[in-house]
Design a protein around this ligand. Sequence first.
Ligand code: GLN
Length: 537
Amino acid sequence: MARYIFVTGGVVSSLGKGLSSASLAYLLKSQGYKVRLRKMDPYLNVDPGTMSPFQHGEVFVTDDGAETDLDLGHYERFTNISAKQSDNITTGKIYSDIIKKERKGGYLGKTVQVIPHVTDQIKNFIKNDIKDEDFVICEIGGTVGDIESLPFLEAIRQFSNEIGKNKTMYIHLTLVPFMKSSDEIKTKPTQHSVKELRSIGIQPDIVICRSQQSIPFDQRKKISLFCNVPIENVIETVDVRTIYEAPISFYNEKLDKQVLKHFKLKPKKIPSLKSWKKITKTLLNTKKKVNIAIIGKYVNLKDAYKSLDEALVHGGIRNNVKVNLIRVESDKLKPKQIKKIFKNVSGLLIPGGFGKRGTEGKIAAINYARKNKIPFLGICFGMQMAIIEFARNILKIKNAGSTELNKNVFPVIGLMHEWNKNGKLVKGTDKTLGGTMRLGSYEAKLRHNSLVNKIYKSKSIFERHRHRYEVNNYLKDKFEKKGLIFSGMSPDDKLPEIVELNNHPWFVGVQFHPEFKSRPFSPHPLFSSFIKAAKLK
Ligand code: GLN
């Protein structure tokens, strides 16, 4: 039977619960245990799909088409275990399921309440779709003390009572700040946070203390005493230089050892940290740099392109170069400044995106990359913009555009049913935004001898999608005649998945999001190849 580890956070948000959970999962997996990671988000959105990246960072997409919190991206990258739809839940989803059931009379006239109905639903989520896993690590979003988190905390409290204390464990992550004025590390916020948790009936088994500097023994003893945890279960996590140091640091602090001890288990294998050490060393010591410009709408928010940033770093590791990201806000990109802004740039990337703002800047940047033979990678929206650029400037369709941005254009990009019905433009009718996209893993067939065929070393690939609009296949021959090759197509040959430019060192647009499948130890081939091309420039 699976053992359940609940990870909560206190004092402040953004302490790194996701990375801590992912690191622990890696350490347990590398000792021979089967692990699953889950995230419970306390907000009322049904899924993060419609949330602005400005507020919540990137929306991560799983193979089975769930739009999830970005922490699931960390989980996948650290453990190489593919996350599923059943691994992320929000309060909104829980309530929406309960209300649906209530409307159908599923509660037989009973009063529907937070306890037991909401908490039962949460417990069902925790247990659902678990087979032979040894450990299920569940991260609870938010901070202890938030009103929204309460039903989740109550549910995990009940959970241990139901399945047994020996099958559950609580890890609480807090901040241990350093006060410059008194030159001291302060444990009080941690004491208060644990007190708050205990008032709900949860006694943490391990307290992980995030700190800027190492916590002296006396302070650890204090935390142990006030928080009622053995001193060896006070684990420090000092700020790391790269996130790939986190598993090494938790191993040195014996987090995994204390977890196994709690469950009276022994490692089945000796864990290996060699690969983490190797990539940390590469990341910290590589001197050679390549400048890659990312032109997007959300560039000022650190987490908005999380997986993308990571995938570029992975591509850099593979090529032994440091990827220096130059974030350019598409809105502010005026055609006249393009030459100056991209002067020292060796590669240009346009990521996924939605909506009109900044699109002309993106199109101008693509034009520059195409003409000046600068390696270019267009992802999803970036590919769609590359199609528009080519249609306008090479095929001379001056009003070429996407119906997402303007209904009165020649739709080189459109909703499938807007342009695919007997060659006639049919308008889409679906007005709902949530859950109406092509989501998750789809196959693409790669053209023999194309650039992508060589990069992937395969005829067929599976990649994750998240978009409503598609490239209009109708003009394929015209594009190809002028050198933009549709080198990846859906198996039925209807949907363009990849385009690439002849007579250009490296110009690729993909309708999917390759960044979601890149891993530090197995960088995505497209990113490795893109960085290699940028390095050669
Ligand atoms: N907005 C575009 C679409 O819906 C692209 C989406 C994306 O880049 N993920 O098709």
